[in-house]
Design a protein around this ligand. Structure first.
Ligand code: MLT
Length: 258
């Protein structure tokens, strides 16, 4: 997996949204590096990581993250994911629970797709493989405040979405369509969790975050104002402040193998 890292301290893995890459975590690599070892991989097929030839599944992406922790010599890490990254973090919690020392679930949901949503993903996958792009999804990814007042954010997200490779985006749509419900996984999670929502998120509204918080045994919910689905990009200072506060509660912690 191609991975960008920054800083030293508590190991913090951040998993990106669809159809972005580790480039989305620029402000987190900058803003959290003083207190954390920020590890931001490109999920399969995105950025600098190869797609490979496995069947589409979030489990394969989660196994990649477990292997990355092996490679880095980390027994455990705080693992955070935004949207699709959150689905992967939940798959990691299901398949490799011992690798987590904490979880951050941002702008994501624990429910599986409805049959209609899964069918729609297949339509999108086909369209992508036929040469279509995803730029029409940008207005949905961003909150109204960003769309009206944060021109730089809109331009940056268009650039990130526009560079998503079609085969990876189609594979990821099929992987997300096949993902299971994760509420039981969350109920059984015995590490602290931070749940982050955006009050202008049209894709995973605050109700999804509330449901995850209720299922998790030890979780705090933060709803960030004036932000949509891409809270880490739209309101990075607030996002970083909440994550830094959560990490500070985990210290002392060493994720390094003796
Ligand atoms: C994402 O931001 O990762 C996607 O919107 C997730 C999804 O399509 O469910």
């Amino acid at each position: 997996m191609y991975t960008r890292t920054a800083g030293t301290g508590v190991p913090l893995v951040l998993l990106h949204a669809f159809p972005l890459s580790s480039a989305m975590w620029l402000a987190q690599r900058g803003g959290l590096a003083a207190g954390a070892h920020v590890i931001t991989p490109d999920l399969r097929g995105f950025g600098g990581s190869r797609l490979g030839d496995d069947e589409p599944s979030v489990d394969a992406m989660a196994d990649d993250v477990a292997e990355l922790l092996d490679t880095l010599g980390l027994e455990r890490a705080v693992v955070g994911g935004l949207s699709m990254g959150g689905y992967v973090a939940m798959a990691l919690a299901r398949r490799h629970p011992g690798r987590l020392s904490g979880v951050i679930l941002a702008n994501t949901k624990a429910s599986a797709d409805t049959p209609e949503a899964a069918a729609n993903r297949e339509t999108i996958a086909q369209r992508l493989l036929d040469g279509g792009d995803l730029l029409d999804t940008v207005p949905n990814l961003l909150g109204s405040t960003s769309l009206e007042r944060r021109g730089m954010v809109v331009g940056r997200v268009r650039g990130l979405v526009g560079s998503a490779p079609a085969p990876a985006a189609a594979w990821a749509q099929r992987a997300m369509a096949a993902r299971p419900d994760s509420f039981d996984t969350l109920r059984g999670l015995n590490v602290p969790a931070l749940v982050i929502a955006g009050d202008e998120d049209k894709i995973t509204p605050v109700g999804d975050a509330e449901a995850m918080t209720k299922a998790l045994p030890d979780a705090r919910l933060v709803v960030i104002g004036h932000t949509g689905h891409l809270s880490a990009i739209e309101t990075p200072e607030t996002f970083n402040r909440e994550v830094a506060g959560f990490l500070a509660e985990q210290i002392p912690f060493s994720g390094s193998r003796p």
